[in-house]
Design a protein around this ligand. Structure first.
Ligand SMILES: [Zn+2]
Length: 112
């Protein structure tokens, strides 16, 4: 259940940025390789947010697909499924360019 740890750091980041204001929405970017279960993350987020300025905020997740560059032939493939293989030559020796990110993209806060 690594979603709980992720939710915890998201809430900490949002709470720190809020600086006393109430957070209404948190937008996240989640790379496909993180293998986050959205429902589990949403649940953990609600749990961890209780009693903070993030309590009751909407959590929006945008999944980033995996993009890999083949070390063999140099072709870039965009992949949505495992196993990660080059679309051109079938090699699994890929350098991951995108898909490992996990960060807070933006926060919406109540106007004071
Ligand atoms: Zn290739």
């Amino acid at each position: 259940m690594h979603e709980l740890a992720i939710a915890d750091s998201i809430v900490q980041i949002a709470d720190r940025h809020a600086n006393g204001r109430r957070v209404t929405k948190v937008q996240l970017k989640v790379g496909h390789l993180r293998q986050v279960v959205p429902s589990a993350l949403a649940f953990s987020f609600e749990l961890v947010a209780q009693g903070t300025s993030v309590e009751g905020a909407e959590l929006e997740m945008e999944e980033v697909p995996v993009t890999g560059s083949c070390r063999g032939c140099g072709v870039e493939s965009r992949l949505k499924e495992f196993p990660l293989q080059c679309r051109a030559c079938g090699s699994d020796d890929l350098r991951v360019l995108e898909g490992e990110e996990l960060f807070v993209e933006s926060l919406e806060m109540e106007e004071v």
